[in-house]
Design a protein around this ligand. Structure first.
Ligand SMILES: [Zn+2]
Ligand SMILES: [Zn+2]
Length: 86
């Protein structure tokens, strides 16, 4: 039984996420995403997949990176660059 970091729910089945050396308890993935998922620098949505990023910023997609003026990022890795791809 622990209290959720995000909503304060005292809940039986909380889980712990350690990020950047800090430990957080949550009662749901939704609350974990709300607290910890990065925010797209362009559209403001939560990035819950890999996203794309340059040195300083993370975006939900190559479209948002491009719209923010960041060039050269792709949503998909070309097949010829994937080890083991045929
Ligand atoms: Zn919660
Ligand atoms: Zn976006």
């Amino acid at each position: 039984m622990t209290i959720c970091h995000t909503c304060g729910n005292y809940y039986e089945n909380t889980f712990r996420i350690i990020k950047d050396g800090s430990s957080y308890e949550f009662d749901s993935f939704e609350c974990a995403i709300h607290a910890l998922a990065p925010i797209c620098e362009h559209c403001g949505c939560r990035v819950i997949g890999h996203g794309v990023q340059d040195d300083a910023n993370i975006f939900c997609s190559a479209h948002c990176a491009s719209a923010a003026g960041v060039t050269g990022l792709m949503d998909h890795t070309p097949a010829e660059l994937i080890v083991g791809a045929t």
